[in-house]
Design a protein around this ligand. Structure first.
Ligand code: HEM
Length: 149
C-alpha cells in the first residue's frame, strides 16, 4: 500500500517531475502571451471588429493553455512537494508560485474588463507587468536547481 507522505510517489517521482516541467512550460508560455495580447488590444476602440478578435484570442488562450496548464502544474508540483517533505527552498518557491498564480488571476480579471471596454491599466503598466513572470521564472530556476537553503 502507498503511504501518503515523504517518498510516497516511489518510482513515479521522475515521471511526475517530467510532467510538472512540461506543464510549467505550457503555463509560462501562456503567462508570457496574455499580457502581450492585452498590450495589442489596449488601443483598439471597444466594439471594433479587432476588439472581438482579441477577445476570442484571449478566451482560447485561457481555455486551451492557461487554465489546464496551471491546474496540472499545481497538482504535479504539490505531489512532488509531499514526496520531498517541503524543504525550505521549496517553501520559498511555493511563495513565488503563489505570486505567479495571483498574476494569472489578475490577467484573467483584466481580460474580462477589456471585454467590457474598460482599460484599468495603462499600456506602460501592462508592459511592466509583463516582467513579473520573467522575474518569478529566474527566482524559481535558482531555487529548484541551486537549492540555496
Ligand atoms: C504549484 C506549485 C509548485 C510546487 C509545489 C512545485 C514543486 C516542485 C518540486 C517538489 C520539484 C522537484 C524538485 C527536485 O526533485 O529537486 C519541482 C521541480 C521543478 N519545478 Fe516546480 N513546483 C511548483 C510550480 C512550479 C512553477 C510555476 C515553475 C516554473 C516557474 C516550476 C519549475 C520547476 C522546475 C524547472 C523543476 C525541475 C527541477 C529539476 O530539474 O530538478 N515549478 N517543483
Amino acid at each position: 500500500m502507498i503511504e501518503w507522505g515523504t517518498g510516497w510517489l516511489g518510482d513515479a517521482y521522475l515521471w511526475i517531475k517530467a510532467l510538472h516541467v512540461a506543464f510549467v512550460i505550457f503555463w509560462m508560455a501562456g503567462l508570457f502571451m496574455i499580457p502581450r495580447f492585452l498590450v495589442y488590444w489596449h488601443p483598439v476602440p471597444a466594439g471594433a471588429p479587432e476588439a472581438a478578435l482579441w477577445d476570442e484570442r484571449c478566451r482560447r488562450l485561457r481555455r486551451i493553455i492557461l487554465s489546464p496548464a496551471m491546474v496540472v502544474s499545481w497538482v504535479a508540483g504539490l505531489s512532488l512537494g509531499f514526496h520531498l517533505g517541503w524543504p525550505l527552498w521549496l517553501v520559498v518557491k511555493f511563495l513565488f508560485v503563489c505570486l505567479l498564480t495571483w498574476f494569472h488571476h489578475w490577467m484573467i480579471g483584466l481580460h474580462g474588463k477589456f471585454a467590457d471596454g474598460q482599460r484599468p491599466v495603462t499600456e506602460k503598466g501592462l508592459r511592466l507587468a509583463n516582467e513579473i513572470p520573467s522575474l518569478v521564472t529566474l527566482a524559481v530556476a535558482v531555487l529548484v536547481i541551486v537549492k540555496p537553503f
